[in-house]
Design a protein around this ligand. Structure first.
Ligand code: NAD
Ligand code: UGA
Length: 435
C-alpha cells in the first residue's frame, strides 16, 4: 500500500518507519527544510532507540522518501496521516493551527478520493473541523473521508509500542475506510494485536482520556508519596502493594518529580478545557495538573532542606531529558530545576547521555552551568548530586566512585533509583521521594 505522512517528528517518523517495515511505500512530508536535508542524508533528527536502523534500512530500499513538497505527498497515496504538532496555546487549549494548515494544504491539492487520518492528539470532534476545512478550501467537489487513528507510543520505546501495541484504535465514518485500515494494520492484527473500530469522536476521546488517566495515576501516587514522607511509610512498598491488585496494576505508580514531556502536561490541560467547553467540571484533572506542577518545587525544597543554602555551592545533575531513552526535553522537570538553582546562585554541572544538545538550546553553557562529557566528570568538587532522569547507566553507577568524587557525599534522588540501605552502608547521605 502507499502511505503519506505529514510531519516528520517523533510520531511521524516512527509511523513512517514502521509502516515501511511492514512493506508499504511511504512518503513523509515535512515543512522544516533542515529536518528534510538531515533525513535525506540518512541522519535522524531525533534520538529514539531503533529508529536510525529502521530508517536507514527503509531509505536504502526506497520504501521511505522525504519531501517538503505537499502536492507531491498528496498525489502519492490515498491515505494521508496528519502527524503534526498540537501544542498548548496560551490558555491551555490545544493549538490546532498545524492541523488546520495541513487540512487546507490537503484541500488545495485534493485530486481524487483520499482518507485523511488524524494521528495527532486532538480534542473530540476535531475531525468535523478537518472535514469542514477541506470542504471549504477544496477546489473541486471531490469525495474524501476523515478518520481518527490516535497514537499511543511512548518516547524511548516508540518502535516497540508501535509494533507491539496494547491496542490499535481506529475511528471511521465508512466501511471503505475501515477496510483500508484493516489491510494496513494486518501485519499486527495477524499477530493477535487488537484493532478497535469505532466512530471518529470516540477514537479521539479514547486518546485524551487514556493520557489523562495515566497522568492521574502519577499524580495520585505523588500525593501519596507526600503522605509517606509525613507519616513514615515507604512509597515504593505502598506502590508495590497497590500494584499487586490486578485492577490497579503497578505501572505508572512511580513517585518522583512528576510527569513532563510534550504530551501529558498539554493533554491534561486540553482535556480540562475541552470538558469545560461542553459545560463539564473537570476539577479532578485540575488537581492532577496542580499536584504535578508542585512536584518540582517539592524536590527543590528537599534540596534546600539538605543543602540549607544553594548560593556558591557546586551541584551536579544527572539527567536532563523528561524521561530516559530520549533526547526530548520538552516540559522536562530539569528545566525548572536548573532555572531555580541558577537563580539561587549555585554553580551547576550536568550530564545526560543524549539530551545535552537539546538542553543547551534552552540553557547555553556558561561559567555557572557546565555540560560534562562523562557521568562522573561533574562530581569532582561538587557538594551534592541530584538525580533528575532515571537513565539505566545512573542506576548502574559505581557508587563507591561517586562517593570518592563528591566533595560532600550527598545524593538527592528525584526518581528513587537507589536502594536506600545500600547507600547507608556506603555512608552516602541519601534523600529520595516518599521514603
Ligand atoms: P513534533 O513537533 O515532533 O513533530 C511535528 C512535525 O510536523 C514537525 O517536524 C513540524 O515541522 C511538522 N509539520 C507541522 N505542520 C506541517 C505541515 N503543514 N506540513 C509538513 N510538516 C508539518 O510532534 P510529535 O511529538 O511527533 O507529536 C505529533 C502529534 O502526535 C501531537 O499531536 C502529539 O500530541 C501526538 N503524540 C505524540 C507522541 C510522542 O511521544 N511525541 C505520542 C503520541 C501522540
Ligand atoms: C505518554 C504515554 O505513555 C503514551 O501512551 C502516549 O502515546 C504519549 O504520552 C503521547 O500521547 O504523547 P511519553 O510522554 O512518551 O508517553 O512517556 P511516558 O513513559 O508516559 O512518561 C511521561 C512522563 O511521566 C515522564 O516524565 C515520566 O518520567 C513520568 N512518569 C511516568 C512518572 O513520573 N511516573 C510513572 O510511573 C510513569
Amino acid at each position: 500500500m502507499k502511505v503519506t505522512i505529514i510531519g516528520a517528528g517523533y510520531v511521524g517518523l516512527v509511523t513512517a518507519a514502521c509502516f515501511a517495515s511492514f512493506g508499504n511505500d511511504v512518503i513523509c512530508v515535512e515543512k522544516n527544510r533542515e529536518r528534510i536535508s538531515k533525513l535525506n542524508s540518512g541522519v535522524s533528527p531525533i534520538y529514539e532507540p531503533g529508529l536510525d536502523e529502521l530508517l536507514t534500512e527503509n531509505i536504502k530500499s526506497k520504501r521511505i522518501t522525504f519531501t517538503d513538497d505537499i502536492k507531491k505527498g498528496i498525489d502519492f497515496s490515498n491515505i494521508i496521516f496528519l502527524c503534526v504538532g498540537t501544542p498548548q496555546d496560551d490558555n491551555g487549549k490545544a493549538d490546532l493551527s498545524q492541523v488546520e494548515e495541513a487540512s487546507r494544504q490537503i484541500a488545495l491539492n485534493l485530486n481524487e478520493f483520499k482518507i485523511i487520518v488524524e494521528k495527532s492528539t486532538v480534542p473530540v470532534n476535531t475531525h468535523l473541523w478537518v472535514k469542514k476545512t477541506i470542504n471549504r478550501y477544496a477546489k473541486k467537489d471531490i469525495k474524501f473521508s476523515v478518520a481518527s487513528n490516535p497514537e499511543f507510543l511512548r518516547e524511548g520505546s516508540a518502535i516497540k509500542d508501535f509494533t507491539e501495541p496494547d491496542r490499535i484504535v481506529v475511528g471511521v465514518e465508512d466501511s471503505e475506510s475501515e477496510k483500508v485500515f484493516r489491510e494496513l494494520y494486518k501485519p499486527l492484527t495477524d499477530k493477535g494485536f487488537p484493532l478497535l473500530v469505532t466512530a471518529p469522536p470516540t477514537a479521539e476521546l479514547i486518546k485524551h482520556a487514556s493520557n489523562s488517566f495515566l497522568a492521574m495515576k502519577i499524580s495520585f501516587i505523588n500525593i501519596v508519596a507526600n503522605l509517606c514522607e509525613k507519616s513514615g511509610a515507604d512509597i515504593e512498598t505502598v506502590a508495590h502493594g497497590m500494584g499487586l491488585d490486578k485492577r490497579i496494576g503497578r505501572s505508572f505508580l512511580n513517585a518522583g518529580i512528576g510527569y513532563g514531556g510534550s504530551c501529558f502536561p498539554k493533554d491534561v490541560k486540553a482535556f480540562i478545557n475541552m470538558g469545560e467547553e461542553f459545560g463539564l467540571n473537570f476539577n479532578l484533572l485540575r488537581e492532577v495538573d496542580k499536584i504535578n506542577s508542585d512536584r518540582r518545587a517539592h524536590f527543590l525544597k528537599l534540596v534546600e532542606s539538605v543543602l540549607w543554602i544553594n548560593k556558591d555551592k557546586t551541584i551536579s545533575i544527572w539527567g536532563l531529558a523528561f524521561k530516559p531513552n530520549t533526547d526530548d526535553v520538552r516540559e522536562s522537570p530539569a528545566i525548572d530545576i536548573v532555572k531555580h538553582l541558577l537563580e539561587s546562585g549555585a554553580k551547576i554541572k550536568v550530564f545526560d547521555p543524549v539530551a545535552m544538545g537539546s538542553f543547551k538550546r534552552l540553557f547555553p553553557e556558561s561559567e555557572q552551568l557546565i555540560y560534562c562529557s562523562d557521568m562522573y566528570e561533574p562530581l569532582k568538587e561538587s557538594n551534592a548530586l541530584l538525580i533528575v532522569t532515571e537513565w539505566e547507566e545512573f542506576k548502574k553507577a559505581d557508587l563507591k566512585r561517586v562517593k570518592e568524587l563528591l566533595t560532600i557525599p550527598i545524593i538527592v534522588d528525584g526518581r528513587n533509583i537507589y536502594d536506600k540501605d545500600r547507600l547507608r552502608e556506603l555512608d552516602i547521605e541519601y534523600f529520595s521521594i516518599g521514603r
